[in-house]
Design a protein around this ligand. Structure first.
Ligand code: C5P
Length: 291
């Protein structure tokens, strides 16, 4: 059996540049890996793809990205062999953290390993992009600027200023559908057509100024999400009032993250959050980058 951790991400910046002819939105985004993980176990089988999952809210058929990734891999290498996959789910669902995308990427990597590396990295990238815009990011482990529809990945060296920092993550108890968030942008013209250059600017600022970097965090998809769910704006406000370096919705939501200088600061932010909003929501503190 091959067992693999499957992490997630936050978008420190997600700038939508405009709608494309193919219906997707052109964007520039700064993605950062987050060490909050699902676990997937893989075992070769004679035929078929059998997926089981610890969370019964998730489909285990071809609607699940891990299932789709396995089917696409086997079809691409022309194999009639089968695979058994078990997914231990920890990352919240429809949360803007890319949990499902990570599962798909890890499935491609694991099957490639189990079948003796028949596919090159470039081919895995193509398969990943065909499964979903966020998936190629998870084939590598660094922060990255992603462009195109999010599938063109330029890996970055770890940011010096983020060393030792922590994230506080809050899931508000409801998910946001990615197609819904992008479709709503037509009602928010400024958010739908951002000026290019913000991602590169954030990357430059974060080389030596953490506080200035936090001020550059931006997400075009907050326009529709915070309009429909004002609670998300209150969460961010609470984090900022209590000294977060930055607070933002990740991806198409619904998770909000706050950046804190240290573990102690992150725990303090979370305590203040719980004092105001109660203890029933899913929350986590997680180290963003090693010291
Ligand atoms: O690529 P993925 O399957 O994750 O995208 C889900 C949906 O999100 C797309 O069908 C599209 O509606 C929207 N989307 C978009 N522009 C992007 C990425 C996603 O409009 N860059």
């Amino acid at each position: 059996m091959l067992s693999k951790a499957s992490g997630c991400k936050v978008n420190l910046l997600l700038n939508v540049l405009g709608k494309r002819a193919d219906g997707y939105n052109e964007l520039e985004t700064v993605m950062h890996p987050v060490d909050l993980c699902d676990r997937l176990d893989f075992e070769r089988a004679e035929t078929g793809i059998r997926l089981s999952c610890s969370d019964n809210r998730l489909p285990t058929n071809s609607k699940n990205l891990a299932h789709r990734a396995a089917a696409l891999f086997l079809q691409t290498i022309g194999s009639n062999d089968g695979i058994r996959i078990h997914l231990h789910k920890q990352i919240p669902i429809a949360a803007g953290l890319g949990g499902g995308s990570g599962n798909a990427a890890v499935t491609l990597l694991a099957l490639n390993e189990l079948f003796g590396h028949p596919l090159e990295q470039v081919k895995l990238g193509e398969l990943a992009a065909s499964l979903g815009s966020d998936i190629p990011f998870f084939l590598q482990e660094n922060p990255a600027i992603a462009t195109g529809r999010g599938e063109i990945i330029a890996p970055l060296a770890p940011f010096p200023t983020l060393s030792g920092t922590y994230l506080v993550l809050v899931h508000p108890g409801f998910g946001i559908s990615t197609p819904w968030a992008y479709a709503q942008l037509s009602k928010f013209p400024a958010a739908a057509k951002g000026e290019p250059g913000r991602a590169q600017n954030l990357v430059s600022v974060l080389q030596n100024d953490l506080v200035a970097g936090g001020k550059e965090f931006y997400n075009s998809l907050e326009a529709p999400a915070l309009h429909k769910y004002p609670f998300l704006a209150l969460v961010q406000e609470n984090f900022r009032e209590n000294g977060a370096i930055g607070a933002l919705m990740s991806g198409s939501g619904s998770t909000t993250f706050a950046l804190a200088r240290s573990k102690t600061e992150a725990e303090k932010l979370l305590e203040k959050f719980k004092a105001k909003f109660g203890v029933n929501l899913w929350t986590a503190t997680v180290k963003l980058a090693p010291e």
